[in-house]
Design a protein around this ligand. Structure first.
Ligand code: GCU
Length: 515
């Protein structure tokens, strides 16, 4: 029964899509290139004159070609690019020189060589609220808004990009509230369900529909007259609230009077190489492959987050000056890229971001430059591939040839509030991520926070000698913060520290409202 209903729905969806597609005369547009990831990778190698790339190391320590985990071999070029010296060798000693000279130099290098540039002609995004739901998350009444950001694709209708986002705001505090935007799946936290009376009507109508579809169903319903095919989901438990220590990150945010938004990276840009002629990157390129300094998926996700923030700026429930960005792993990289390049984000929680995120590119420990020039190349600009080349028209290059590094990416976030988070390898936040290299980059980035009149980690900026603090010892006194928790590949255990840290810096105190 359910199957036939599902089938009916599936058929009607399919015909809607077909009708939409039929309206587009695809012969009017440049043909979309369909590459496998391998073909796209190869195409970029050819554009760059690369004949061979060094293979990336294996993440499996028992493999012969496993990644390096020997600290004494991890720093082939221990001197990082000078963060506070301009290209022409002048020391940067004022905030003005940082903003006007040095920062733009770093942005240029990071865009051209590492993450790619935003195209000039990115079409606009129109946001609509698809569903507004009044819900309860535990004891907290919330408004949940399901949002769709449609990208204007009139210039190339063969590609459709609809950014998916969910905004959840507590109703028991005085707004507008700060919001943490998180890369993840935008689901309703706890969809409101029909009352028992409404449920009865729904069941009645549903039974009629099924009998109409297949008269044999009537005998079944008659055999079980009290059976209700549509049942309520288990609701929130109001009688035995769970202890605060068991609150999820989003529950902790709501309890602290914050809202949150989840934004779906895959609805902006696919997380694979074959998708690079689709999604927002493909739409702007009219279905053609990238050029070497075009944006990669990380920059595209970051762009999408900034469009999400455009929506939040229009929503009176949100204090758009107090919006943060969060992500873990590849989305930790995306969160750091977002914070670095979009100054309207006030704060970031950067979870286990590793190579391409907080970790130094030129470190050789765990995940390598060669990993990001191999299977994960599409996260980055095509140009980044040069640093994994063993044979090319320009010879060969390694991470040591990069004109920039991740300490400078972190520095682009200054003076905004930047929390770098990791877990421990014993619990699954693998050594692959190079916690030590991320700490070094964070230490080095501190000098820019200080130049801008803010506090950094509270240690020196000598990245070669500073020691990582013990696990569970946060350095949380400044606008730049670090904490390695004792959990796995997640930032959830650090929310307890992130939320009060961010609230204090944002000068936010929740004001309960009487209801
Ligand atoms: C792989 C990848 C990492 C990434 C991680 C993830 O391990 O090498 O760079 O952070 O996947 O996103 O889960």
């Amino acid at each position: 029964m359910e199957k036939s209903l599902f089938f009916l729905l599936a058929v009607s969806f399919a015909s809607v899509t077909m009708a939409q597609e039929m309206k587009i005369d695809s012969s009017k547009y440049q043909r979309m290139v369909t590459f496998t990831a391998e073909q796209d990778h190869k195409n970029m190698m050819q554009q760059l004159g690369i004949k061979a790339l060094r293979p990336g190391p294996s993440g499996n320590e028992s493999d012969a070609n496993h990644a390096n985990y020997d600290e004494s071999l991890a720093n082939p070029c221990p001197q990082l690019p000078e963060i506070l010296t301009t290209k022409n060798g002048r020391k940067v000693t004022s905030a003005d020189a940082w903003w006007k000279q040095r920062r733009p130099e770093i942005v240029e290098d990071l865009e051209r060589e590492v993450y790619g540039r935003l195209p000039q002609n990115i079409p606009s995004v129109k946001w609509t609220v698809k569903v507004t739901d009044q819900e309860y998350v535990g004891f907290t009444p919330v408004v949940a808004k399901q949002l769709i950001g449609h990208v204007d694709n009139s210039s190339y209708p063969l590609i459709n990009v609809d950014i998916k986002m969910m905004l959840v705001v507590p109703k028991n505090v005085k707004g507008p509230v700060p919001v943490l935007m998180m890369f993840g799946w935008p689901a309703f936290p706890s969809p409101a369900q029909p009352s028992p009376d409404d449920m009865e009507k729904l069941n009645e109508a549903f039974k009629q529909m099924m009998i109409k579809n297949d008269p044999n169903m009537k005998a079944i319903f008659d055999r079980y007259p009290a059976y209700m095919p549509i049942t309520r989901l288990a609701g929130p438990n109001f009688f035995a609230p769970k202890p605060e220590s068991e609150f999820s990150p989003t529950e902790q945010l709501l309890a602290a009077g914050w809202g949150y938004a989840t934004i779906d990276p895959g609805s902006i840009q696919a997380d694979n190489g074959a998708g690079i002629t689709r999604g927002i990157i493909g739409l702007v390129n009219k279905g053609q492959p990238r050029k070497p300094d075009d944006w990669g998926a990380l920059r595209a996700w970051a762009w999408g987050a900034a469009r999400g923030l455009d929506y939040l700026e229009t929503d009176s429930l949100v204090d758009a000056k107090k919006v943060g960005i969060e992500g873990v792993s590849r989305y930790g990289k995306a969160a750091l890229v977002t914070l670095a390049f979009e100054p309207r984000f006030a704060v970031g929680l950067i979870g286990s971001s590793g190579k391409g995120g907080a970790t130094l590119h030129r470190r050789v420990f765990g995940e390598a430059v060669e990993s990001l020039t191999g299977g994960e190349y599409y996260w980055m600009a095509g140009n980044y591939m040069k640093y994994g080349a063993s044979e090319a028209s320009f010879g060969s290059k390694t991470g040591c040839d990069l004109p920039v590094d991740s300490h400078e990416l972190i520095a682009l976030c200054a003076p905004r509030f930047t929390f770098i988070s990791y877990g421990i390898p014993e619990k699954g936040d693998a050594k692959w991520l190079d916690q030590q290299g991320s700490y070094m980059a964070t230490v080095a980035a501190g000098s820019v926070f200080k130049l801008l009149g803010k506090k950094d980690l509270g240690v020196s900026n000598d990245y070669q000698t500073e020691k990582m603090p013990p696990v569970n010892t946060g350095l949380l006194d400044g606008e730049l913060a670090w904490r390695q928790h004792d959990g796995g590949h997640t930032d959830a255990p650090n929310f307890k520290y992130f939320i009060p840290w961010a609230s204090k810096l944002l000068k936010y105190e929740k004001t309960p409202v009487k209801r």
